[in-house]
Structures are given as structure tokens and as C-alpha cells.
Design a protein around this ligand. Structure first.
Ligand code: ADP
Ligand code: MG
Length: 691
């Protein structure tokens, strides 16, 4: 598609860093460690913060802000040493009305210069609560302004921040004039963005805080636009290259099937069903994310979609993350689908030997219409005769790559990803940027809100009495202990065993207490879940394996130990295990959070039952990395932009990218050349791997 090549000016910028004055092979090697190899790499190595040399009154300085102050020394400096070559120097400084503490790490030599009564100028970070500045620079004598701001860079080895500033100066002097814009003039004008050359210059040689802000605004937009172009191009390529199947389902029998359900669909369910069915009918391959809060009724939507694919002469598959969930889904789907003649089957890793072979055979012959299972479904040995639709539940646990693998299974089936963890809009359009999104934003009528309380662990006695009151009414309870994740197996396993032992003793002779965790053998898990759902066990002590999907409507109490260790969305998921019947349900969070943020998180749980509100809050409080948990993949990394704080720009960039990709001129006119070259480099256009 492209005959286009980089400009002459760009070629200059692509020279190795050694072309810059002052960079020899040693420095080049250090730069290489930071992935800086060419001139433009260096110019794009932006400061991660600025030293602020403007004199400020501490009155007006926020906590954690960087400051420069002038003051007089009020105590002789004390130096203490710790570790190898580590030291801390502490002294008191009077500045304005404040007598503050100043700390310098690893600069013990300052001691001899810092005598009582001497006037000093100190630059550092202000801790408002401790009335302390952690100093980074110290100048003996009164304040003299040389420069308002200096950039601070990440550096390596013998390369210092000052050294880096010097290299930037040289690089700019030699190559600055070759910097061209990569954003089209139209967009620059529309958003009044700084041209690229000026923006780079401003970032490296900041004239003022206001100018840096403008330069940063430009790079935020640039980063988001480029990222979204990649996503939107991927979406386009996937649509056009996918030899999708137009599924000619039978509209009338789908409507008849919907009538057989025990309740009318909510408006939101109707809307998403028609979005999904339209996609299935179209010749493009569906690549759609279905979001709906816990209890919003996604299973029914899945059932209708699966019915539609079967009515069009295809097979369907539903994939879920755990065996327990697979069993539950198999149970509820077969109850809906079997009566109308749709054959369903369950495939998990515990289906073995002859039974497995027979099942696979039936599947290959097309005798099974809908297969439900765990990841076992995407193994090589599993072959469908005519797979039309794949649905996965709780998809947010996977990244872009896993989604591709799944899509590539079978003869271009339509794919629907369901998630009960509402994903904040900003993440939805980054992590899932290449997908279409449907949202169920309405719960079936008549749901009671779950009453949520936050209690300290020392109030456990009272909680146990409260739980017993519910049990006496014939209800059941969950008690959840955190995290049996691979990394912390032993500790947390002990935790859940201890709690189980304690509760067994406490309720001994009155109620049965079951134990559930990920390391139990599959048949024991099944057995304890069966006994809990039959009310043979009244209290289930469990790790988070019950987090998703488990459905025991008679359970009305959810107690969560160490609740501060969970994300809000995860707490919300756990809470969603109760409130499934007609009785009032309760969720009790046992938590002793140490931080303000921790307290705020517990508080908001008691205040709202809305998963979308919680997910936005969670993202705001914990940041995008923690939102999905440590191991989560698929989160893009931005150098300048911040997905949470710059989300408005992200949305704007997404819309712009979508419009560009869809327009004729984007693919032909010269003003978009740099953007096209970028897309070519990412490999997205050739259907190569993303990233
Ligand atoms: P989730 O979205 O969490 O998977 P489910 O599909 O499990 O939710 O549905 C939760 C409960 O709500 C189920 O018991 C289901 O039968 C019921 N339900 C679903 N849709 C409706 C509706 N339109 N009206 C009433 N109840 C519904
Ligand atoms: Mg569900």
C-alpha cells in the first residue's frame, strides 16, 4: 500500500547518537541501556519532572510539591550513617514564619558548610504533614534566580542529570532544525497545539511552567492519537480481512425462544441483544465486548445469542475461567436451551478418557450445538464442525494477544467477550480500543440493594452473632479470605484454614461450615459447592475462587476478611454473590486500613452498589496498573500521558483516530504521511502482531 518513505530531515534524525558532539562510545553505551540509539531517540527522552527554582512561600505550597526556599540555619546539622555509603543529614531552618526540618540524603559533606545562622537556599520536596523538606540541592547564601526551571532526566551509570542537560543542548544545536511535525496542521490548529519542534524545545529548555504545560498538552494528545490510530487501524484490518460469516439466524424462532424465558428482558438487555444479533448477521466478524454489572443478566443475553447461532446452522461455545463457573453455566444454559431442542455439553479438564473422546467426536460431527467449558475449549484437540459464535466470560483477565488467539480458533467465528467488572471508560477505550462495546446499564426491576457495613477485625464477635441471626432464619453465609494467588500460596492458605477451624468450632453443633480454596482437588470442590447449594453446609469459608458467577440465592451474608487487600471492583464482585434471592442481603467488610485512601475505599463500598461508579473510583484511587492486578497484560504504557488524569484528551483522540482511519484522505494526502508511516512501522496494517 505504501510507496512512501521518511523525509530527508527525518533521516538526519535517525543518525546514531555518536553523531552528536560530546557523545563517544562510552556515553552511547549508557544511552543504549535506556533504549536511546538515535538522535531522535535522545530528543524524545523527555524530563520526568522539573526542578522548580522559583522562591515560594511555604504557605502556598501543596503537600509533595517541589519548592525552593531561603532561610537561616537554626540547628547544627546532624549526620547519621546507615547501610553502605548511606547517610542522612538533618537540620532546622527558619524560613518566613516556619521553623522546618531539612533532610539531605547521602550528602554528608554538606555538614561543614552548614553553620548556625548562615543564610541558605534550599530546593527540594515539601512534606506538609511533617513540615519537612527533603532537599535535593543546597546553595549557601541568599536566593539568586538564575533559571526558573531545569529539567530532570532519568539517567544511568556515570551519566548525570547535568550531563544529560548538556547533551540535549548539543543535540538541539546540531539537529533541532530537522525536527518536523508528525501531526497534521489541521489538528494542530483545531486544538491549538504547540508544533513538535517548539514542544520538544520547551520540554528540554523550559522558559516557564505555563509553557511546559502547553508542551505537555501537545505530547499527551500526540501519544493518545498515535495509540488510538493503531487500535482503530487494527479494528479496520480485522473487520476487512476477517472472512466473517453472515449468520442467517431465524428471527422468529429467536423471538419465540425469548418468550420461553421466565421474565421479559430489560430494555438494556433488548438493546444489547439486537446489537449482537446485527453483528452476527453482518458479513464482518464480530469482535464485541459486553459489559454488565453483577446480576444485570448477561447469561440470558448469552443464551439468546447462542440460540441464534444454532438457529443459523452453527455451533456455539461459552468459555469461562473456572470449572465451578463452567458447571454453573452449563447448568443454567442447558435449562434454557435443552427444552427448545438445543444440545449442550460441558467440557472441562476433569472430563477424561472415553467420555472425553466421545464428547469430542460428537462435537466434530455437529451433534453438540453448544459447548461450555474452561480454557480446555481452545486446545488443539477440540474441533467443531461449524463454529459460529464464541462467548467468553470475565474477559478482562486477558490481554490483546489472548483475544487474538481465541479469534483465530475455528472458521472465523463471531466473538463476544463478557465482563462483569465494569471497566472505566478510559480503560475500555485503551485496553479494548479495537473492539465494539455493548453495555447493560440497568438491573432487572425489584432488586433489593445489599446493605454493606465496614467493621474493624476486633468487632468479629458481634459479626458472628449477626451472621448467626441470619442462619437462624434459614439463610446461608460466605466468609471470604484473601488471596490464594500462586505467589502467596502458603500464607493465605493458612489464613483460610485458620478461619475455617475457628468458625467450625464457634458454630459447632449448630451449623455446618464448609471449606473451599483453589488447591482442593476438583471433585472435593464440586462436592463442597454442591453441599452449599443444597444448604447441607450453611457457611462457606472460601478464598476468592467464588468471586465470579457463583449463584446460591439462599445466601444472604457475605463477610470479607482483610477487605482492604482487595480492589473495589473485586469486592463488588464478591458482594454480588449475595442479594440473588428475594431476601435482604448484607455484606460486611472486615478491614483495618492504615491509609486515608484505604479508608476512603471502604467507605465508598458502603455508599454505592453501582459497579461503574466503583470502577471509576478504583481507577482514580489505585491507578491503571493496579486496577487489573499486577499480572495483567494489555495495558499500554505512555511516556507523558496519564490515562486517568488525561482521559478527556484520550476520548478526543479516540474519536479523531476513528474519523481519520475511516476517511479517504487519510490514506492518500501528504499531510497524513507521518501518521501512515507510523502505522506501517507498527505492523498493524500487514496484520502482523500488535506490539
Ligand atoms: P450476570 O450478569 O451477573 O451474569 P445473571 O445472568 O446471572 O447475571 O442474572 C442474574 C439473575 O437475574 C438470574 O437469576 C437471572 O435469572 C435473573 N434475570 C436476568 N434477566 C432478568 C430479567 N430481565 N428480569 C428478571 N430477572 C432476570
Ligand atoms: Mg454471569
Amino acid at each position: 500500500m505504501f510507496q512512501e518513505v521518511a523525509s530527508e530531515a527525518m533521516n538526519n534524525l535517525l543518525q546514531p547518537v555518536t553523531a552528536i558532539k560530546g557523545i563517544g562510545t562510552d556515553t552511547a553505551a549508557l544511552l543504549h541501556e535506556m533504549e536511546i540509539d538515535t538522535v531522535i531517540d535522545l530528543l524524545e527522552h523527555l524530563p520526568y519532572r522539573y526542578e522548580d527554582y522559583r522562591l515560594k512561600d511555604l504557605e502556598a505550597v501543596e503537600h509533595d510539591e517541589r519548592v525552593t526556599i531561603e532561610g537561616t540555619i537554626h540547628s547544627a546539622p546532624l549526620v547519621s550513617y546507615f547501610g553502605k555509603k548511606k547517610s542522612r543529614l538533618t537540620l532546622k531552618v527558619l524560613t518566613g514564619r516556619y521553623l522546618i526540618t531539612v533532610i539531605f540524603f547521602n550528602q554528608p559533606y554538606l555538614k561543614s558548610k552548614l553553620e548556625m545562622g548562615v543564610t541558605v537556599t534550599i530546593t527540594g520536596k515539601w512534606d506538609r504533614h511533617r513540615q519537612t523538606i527533603t532537599g535535593s540541592e543546597c546553595h549557601i547564601g541568599p536566593y539568586q534566580l538564575e533559571k526558573e526551571f531545569e529539567p530532570v532526566y532519568s539517567v544511568r551509570g556515570s551519566l548525570t542529570v547535568k550531563g544529560m542537560r548538556r547533551l540535549m543542548k548539543n543535540a538541539f544545536a546540531q539537529y533541532g532544525s530537522f525536527i518536523e511535525d508528525n501531526l497534521p496542521p489541521k489538528l494542530l490548529a483545531r486544538y491549538k497545539l504547540m508544533p513538535r519542534k517548539e514542544a520538544l524545545q520547551t520540554m528540554h529548555f523550559p522558559p516557564s511552567a505555563a509553557a511546559v504545560k502547553q508542551a505537555r498538552r501537545r505530547f499527551v494528545y500526540e501519544e493518545f492519537l498515535f495509540f488510538q490510530l493503531k487500535m482503530q487501524a487494527l479494528r479496520k484490518v480485522q473487520r476487512e480481512q476477517s472472512k466473517g460469516i453472515g449468520q442467517m439466524y431465524n428471527k422468529e424462532s429467536v423471538e419465540d425462544f425469548t418468550q420461553t424465558l421466565p421474565f421479559p428482558l430489560t430494555n438494556a438487555q433488548q438493546r444489547v441483544v439486537s446489537e449482537i444479533l446485527d453483528d452476527m448477521k453482518s458479513p464482518f466478524r464480530m469482535n464485541r465486548l459486553l459489559q454488565g454489572d453483577v446480576g444485570s443478566g448477561k447469561t440470558v443475553v448469552a443464551a439468546i445469542s447462542l440460540f441464534a447461532t444454532v438457529s443459523a446452522g452453527f455451533q456455539g461455545a461459552l468459555m469461562v475461567p473456572t470449572e465451578i463457573l463452567a458447571e454453573q453455566h452449563a447448568h443454567s444454559l442447558s435449562a434454557m436451551l435443552e427444552p427448545v431442542g438445543v444440545k449442550t455439553a460441558l467440557l472441562t479438564s476433569s472430563v477424561k478418557g472415553k467420555k472425553r473422546r466421545e464428547l469430542l467426536q460428537l462435537l466434530a460431527e455437529g451433534e453438540i450445538d453448544v459447548l461450555i467449558g474452561t480454557h480446555a475449549l481452545i486446545q488443539d484437540e477440540v474441533n467443531f464442525r461449524k463454529l459460529g459464535l464464541v462467548i467468553t466470560d470475565e474477559q478482562h483477565r486477558f490481554g490483546v494477544e489472548q483475544r487474538r488467539i481465541l479469534r483465530e480458533k475455528g472458521a472465523n467465528p463471531d466473538v463476544l467477550f463478557m465482563t462483569a467488572t465494569p471497566i472505566p471508560r478510559t480503560l475500555a477505550i485503551t485496553v479494548f480500543g479495537e473492539m465494539d462495546v455493548s453495555i447493560i446499564d440497568e438491573l432487572p426491576a425489584g432488586r433489593k440493594t445489599i446493605e454493606t457495613y465496614w467493621a474493624k477485625h476486633q468487632m468479629l464477635d458481634r459479626i458472628l452473632v449477626f451472621v448467626e441471626k441470619e442462619l437462624r432464619k434459614g439463610r446461608q453465609a460466605y466468609v471470604i479470605c484473601p488471596l490464594v494467588e500462586e505467589s502467596e500460596k502458603l500464607d493465605s492458605l493458612q489464613n483460610v484454614l485458620d478461619v475455617h477451624a475457628m468458625l467450625s468450632q464457634y458454630y459447632s453443633g449448630r451449623y455446618k461450615v464448609g471449606l473451599m480454596h483453589g488447591r482442593l482437588p476438583a471433585d472435593e470442590k464440586e462436592e463442597v459447592m454442591r453441599r452449599f447449594s443444597m444448604n447441607e453446609v450453611q457457611i462457606l469459608v472460601s478464598t476468592t475462587v467464588v468471586e465470579v458467577g457463583v449463584n446460591v440465592p439462599n445466601a444472604t451474608v457475605m463477610v470479607i476478611y482483610d477487605a482492604e487487600r482487595f480492589g473495589l471492583s473485586q469486592l463488588h464482585q464478591l458482594r454480588g454473590r449475595v442479594g440473588r434471592g428475594s431476601d435482604q442481603s448484607y455484606c460486611i467488610l472486615l478491614a483495618d486500613p492504615k491509609t486515608e485512601v484505604g479508608k476512603e475505599r471502604m467507605k465508598i463500598m458502603t455508599e454505592t452498589n453501582d459497579g461503574f461508579v466503583l470502577s471509576e473510583k478504583d481507577l482514580e484511587l489505585r491507578g491503571p496498573g493496579d486496577f487489573f492486578g499486577k499480572k495483567q497484560s494489555g495495558l499500554p504504557e505512555f511516556k507523558v500521558a496519564d490515562m486517568v488524569h488525561d482521559y478527556r484528551t484520550l476520548e478526543v483522540a479516540r474519536d479523531d483516530a476513528a474519523k481519520l482511519i475511516a476517511s479517504q484522505s487519510f490514506w492518500s494526502t501528504p499531510e497524513y504521511l507521518p501518521l501512515r508511516i507510523y502505522l506501517k512501522q507498527t505492523g498493524v496494517l500487514d496484520g502482523e502482531k500488535l506490539d
